[in-house]
Design a protein around this ligand. Structure first.
Ligand code: HEM
Length: 480
């Protein structure tokens, strides 16, 4: 079979709809947690610091996990058009996910765990009266369960890709680099990269989580703190990066349906994704540039790879998106506008990351709100915009729709609010406001107050988009 031929072209399966619906609802809830945190920093809400750190932990891990689930919905839906995926694995992933979420929420809101989503060793074992070891165990056990579910999901993707294409070398398009023939679709290339890197990252995450769980109950079995930090950041950074690499498949698959052009795979595209496959695994040391005990070569690698890691795929996706739109008579609606916006958000969000990845800058900026500024820009305006576009596309039975006045109002409210919200994080970072602080000095409070206004705009616009989309997703499809 010619690999370019789709093996099936169904409308969204039940598991994709459930993933999309859960992602929409949880994103809204986590956004409300974020708004509450920013209002607390702006002294607009009387939330105790203990509760603030619980909300911060829940918001961080919740957003990372749900971006993973939303991205998985996009990947499963479109990859399933080229390879034979077995639905049972998607359901199993969901079951592990939900069981993990119950444990994580119990650890946080019943047990009081509040050590931030990065659970950095040895903090989880040192609650100092705020939480006990069972709470820490529930949190880390929950994250482990979510990871196990995701591992099943990626192992099934790996099996299906290899069954259809013969090997990862083929599904990554390496034969095409030599022969110029038979390039795999962009979706298969992106899915292969995410599958490879996330299987590795989740295994690393499972190792460190298991080690930390043992250490909680048998403290004599201690872990080297720097090794623990390296393993945690390898896992966390690759996992969160992968969310956008899965969600971008929505751009590759949906945008062509608005422009009438195909997303053609060229050799640089294949090179770029293969390079990303390696670089994304080695870029995380830019989170450890302040760790003096880290070997110097890793610091240098962290800086160099920070400059190059996301650029190849991003640059090609950006230029291809612009080329796809230019003089194409693209049909604008909420889905296509969100997809184009997402490429802007992703591109803009990489710039502060590259600045922070520079060792000299990192020394003064890394523990400030500059870093949340970077990742909120690319995750909110990039990854979330892609996921919202996908949910909206599903709800419209995978067809272009009209662009109503309400759609336009919500799109602009989302775009302006999300951009300004992230910009205020960056400005706060530039003014040396530290990150992860429940209470801010009086001279910083106005940043949080202004940010709260724009966060409310993000929550409101996302709510309208998600609630309307949910109605479309839940509605039964009329027979043709
Ligand atoms: C309305 C939208 C959002 C609001 C109001 C919001 C608000 C916040 C606030 C106030 C913080 C704490 C910053 C600090 O002082 O260190 C935070 C951290 C964070 N946010 Fe958001 N956020 C939003 C959307 C998102 C999205 C879409 C994602 C990811 C997909 C995300 C992921 C995170 C992560 C990973 C952290 C770090 C938590 C930690 O330090 O442990 N946020 N957010």
């Amino acid at each position: 079979m010619n690999v370019l031929n789709r093996i099936k072209s169904p409308l969204a399966s039940a598991e994709v709809k459930v993933y999309a619906a859960i992602s929409g609802v949880v994103v809204l809830l986590m956004m409300v947690f974020g708004l509450v945190m920013r209002m607390t920093q702006g002294q607009m809400l009387p939330i105790e610091p203990g509760l603030f750190y619980q909300l911060m932990t829940a918001h961080g891990i919740g957003m990372v996990a749900i971006a993973g689930l939303g991205g998985s919905a996009v990947m499963w839906h479109f990859l399933g058009k080229y390879v034979n995926l077995r639905a049972g694995f998607a359901w199993a992933n969901l079951a592990f996910f939900l069981a993990g979420v119950v444990l994580v929420l119990g650890g946080i809101f019943v047990g009081g765990f509040a050590a931030a989503w990065t659970f950095l060793y040895p903090l989880p074992a040192n609650g100092m009266g705020m939480w006990g070891r069972h709470a820490a165990a529930a949190y880390m056990g929950g994250v482990l369960l979510v990871g196990v579910g995701m591992l099943l999901f990626y192992l099934e993707a790996a099996r299906a890709i290899i069954q259809q294409y013969g090997s990862f070398a083929k599904s990554l398009g390496w034969h095409f680099l030599k022969s110029g023939q038979d390039a795999p679709p962009a979706t298969v290339i992106a899915s292969s990269v995410v599958t490879i890197i996330n299987i590795l990252a989740i295994l690393v995450g499972a190792v460190i989580l298991s080690m930390m769980l043992i250490n909680l109950y048998v403290p004599e079995i201690a872990i080297h703190p720097l090794l623990a930090k390296n393993l945690i950041f390898l896992f966390g950074h690759v996992f969160i990066n992968s969310t956008i690499y899965m969600a971008v498949i929505a751009v590759y698959e949906i945008l062509p349906q608005y422009t009438g052009r195909t997303w053609k795979v060229y050799k640089p595209f294949v090179w770029a994704w293969s390079a990303t496959c390696l670089m994304v695994l080695t870029v995380y040391p830019h989170h450890l540039l302040m760790d003096f005990a880290q070997p110097l070569w890793m610091h240098i690698m962290g800086q160099i790879i920070s400059y190059t890691s996301s650029l190849p795929v991003l640059a090609l996706t950006l230029t291809a998106t612009l080329g796809m739109i230019y003089r194409s008579n693209i049909k604008w609606d909420l889905t296509s506008a969100l997809l184009v916006l997402s490429i802007f958000g992703w591109s803009a969000g990489v710039i502060p990351a590259v600045i922070d990845g520079t060792i000299a800058v990192n020394q003064v900026m890394h523990n400030t709100l500059w870093v949340p500024g970077h990742f909120h820009l690319y995750l909110l305006l990039g990854c979330m915009a892609m996921i919202l576009a996908f949910i909206n596309w599903l709800s419209n039975q995978e067809k272009a729709q009209g662009f109503s006045a309400l759609d336009k109002a919500m799109l602009w409210t989302f775009a302006i609010s999300a951009f300004t919200y992230a910009l205020i994080f960056l400005m706060s970072g530039q003014a040396s406001v530290p990150r992860r602080m429940a209470v801010h000095l009086p001279q910083w409070v106005w940043y949080s107050q202004a940010a709260s206004l724009f966060a409310a705009g993000v929550v409101l616009s996302s709510m309208v988009i998600v609630v309307r989309a949910l109605a479309g997703i839940i509605k039964p499809v009329k027979p043709a």
